[in-house]
Design a protein around this ligand. Structure first.
Ligand code: NAG
Ligand code: NAG
Ligand code: ZN
Length: 502
């Protein structure tokens, strides 16, 4: 200690004597340069900002500082508890107003808020409900009393049930609980991944009876696009299994019919909202299916893509990766397009897991081997340097869905999300919401907030947001001419957003 102090005193004297910083102390200018170089690697780090953008950027920085020094920091909390705080956050309010480009990872069964499903759809005539043995519900529209099914012995007309029950508000709340994961006490209700996934799949099945009713489907798609539009989103790529839809008399429509409805409703929506570009479908098969069933779906998807090239973007395999079949398991089905000389772009979910080294954990590399166009979640990519390198080199974006990853319990504090690395090194990245109605979100703003404030940290800036929004267009499946058109439309809105907020 004594020796050290003497040395310190001595070197201070030396410094004074030299009159300036010298050996031992790194050159501050070089340090500045390194910090700048490093920052330039992050998402949006090379974006040059206009004077107006710089002004908004420093305002945003101040707001973020305040948010980070508050006692409760939303990205560190469970989203269900953080949601009211986020709603009051000035950063969030700015993000809401920001034109965010495209939503590239949303599932069709969860694109509209459950509030609307319950308050609007279940109030329509001829809606029957049944309570299942495993504490879930089924809905069915029918012009006569439905027959009992294996999962549903007793169907009740909802209108009559509501009339009998005194408190319709409480009843409706209980219905909503069946259709969403959202709850006041997530830590207690969802102690682990298995429990939360079980509830997740139940909610999907419960909603299906409402959504796949043909007249509801039209309103549902329109409403879903509207929710995105109100959140300043201009284009959607929707994962959908194109479920069969049914009429009141039991008539069943096939996938082509459903696809045509999607096309018609989208066209109608664009007519009503000319500053919305449109929507396309990524046809999805569930990983619970067998290889031959997936082969059938792949062949169908190839045909549908040929017949509806404007609407069908490609193909994906969905469902929980951790207890489902791997991409490699489906290799024969997934090689069909190449074998048949057909083009069917893939948009695989891959690496939505914490189980490093498991078979499931190989999905990312397999997705890349099958030439995926984007990687859904890619949560495990940090464990796979080679896959990360490949995805970067081939410009294959990771679809980051922060709230989904947290609610489904891959990570709790979003500052620890592996995408912190991806954002720091400017890996191709887009932000999406996965299953908005199940998580109690709407549009992309909540997920943008989490990515910007939690994952990006203090160094993520307006350039980061701008790049993420523009990425959503760049990495979309749109042909170049439409990409350019969408980018121009978006840029016009972006400039307006800057002008109004700086
Ligand atoms: C239900 O939604 C449809 C379509 O969005 C709308 O036309 C209708 O007015 C709504 N009904 C109620 C009761 O809110
Ligand atoms: C992926 O792309 C590479 C290079 O274009 C090609 O050689 C390969 O056959 C493709 N693989 C599949 C499964 O389509
Ligand atoms: Zn998903």
């Amino acid at each position: 200690m004594f020796v050290w102090q003497r040395w310190a005193v001595a070197s201070c004297v030396t410094l004074l004597w030299l009159g300036r910083v010298s050996f031992g102390v790194p050159d501050p200018a070089r340090r500045e340069q390194l910090l700048r170089d490093e920052a330039s690697r992050q998402t949006g780090g090379k974006m040059s900002l206009s004077i107006a953008e710089q002004k908004l950027n420093s305002h945003l920085h101040k707001l973020k500082l305040q948010e980070m020094s508050a006692t409760k920091f939303p990205p560190a909390m469970h989203f269900f508890s953080a949601k009211p705080l986020i709603q009051n956050s000035p950063v969030y309010k700015l993000i809401q107003k920001m034109p965010k480009g495209a939503a590239l990872h949303i599932h069709s069964t969860s694109m509209v808020s459950v509030e609307w499903l319950v308050k609007n759809v279940t109030y329509r005539p001829h809606c029957y409900i049944c309570f299942t043995w495993d504490n879930s519900v089924r809905f069915l529209f029918s012009d006569k009393q439905p027959f009992p099914r294996w999962d549903c012995l007793y169907w009740q007309l909802l209108e009559a049930l509501r009339a009998r029950i005194g408190d319709p508000t409480r009843f409706d709340d209980s219905l909503m609980q069946h259709l969403t994961l959202f709850t006041e006490d997530p830590e207690r209700e969802y102690p682990n991944q298995n429990v939360v996934w079980e509830k997740f799949e139940k909610a999907f099945i419960a909603a299906a009876g409402l959504i796949t009713h043909a007249p509801v489907l039209r309103d549902y798609i329109y409403k879903g696009l509207e929710e995105l539009y109100y959140d300043n989103i201009m284009y959607l790529e929707l994962r959908s299994g194109l479920s069969r839809t049914y009429e009141l008399d039991g008539t069943i429509h096939d996938k082509v019919w459903t696809l045509k409805v999607f096309q018609e409703v989208t066209q109608m929506f664009v007519q009503d909202h000319p500053d919305f570009l449109g929507a396309r479908i990524i046809i999805s098969a569930h990983r619970a299916l067998g290889v031959s069933e997936v082969k059938t779906v792949v062949k169908e998807a190839i045909q549908l893509q040929k017949d509806f090239p404007d609407v069908v973007a490609g193909f994906d395999i969905v469902g929980r990766e951790d207890d489902g079949r791997t991409l490699w398991f489906f290799r024969e089905a997934l090689s069909l397009p190449a074998q048949l000389g057909a083009t069917l772009p893939f948009f695989f979910h891959a690496g939505e897991t914490d189980d490093e080294g498991s078979d499931v954990d190989q999905n990312i590399l397999d997705a890349l081997l099958f030439n995926t166009s984007r990687i859904g979640h890619g949560y495990a990519i940090a464990h796979h340097p080679l896959a990360k390198e490949l995805s970067r080199k081939r410009n294959i974006a990771v679809e980051l869905c922060p709230i989904s990853n947290q609610v489904l319990k891959l990570v709790s504090d979003l500052r620890n999300h592996p995408a912190v690395v991806l954002m720091s090194e400017g890996h191709p990245l887009v932000i999406s919401s996965d299953d908005p109605s199940l998580f109690g979100t709407s549009g992309l703003s909540y997920d943008f907030y989490q990515a910007f404030v939690g994952i990006g940290g203090l160094k993520a800036n307006l350039g980061t947001l701008k790049e993420l929004a523009s990425n959503s267009i760049r990495y979309s499946s749109l042909p170049t001419n439409l990409k350019n058109k969408l980018h121009d439309m978006w840029l016009e809105k972006w400039d307006l957003f800057i002008a109004n907020n700086s």
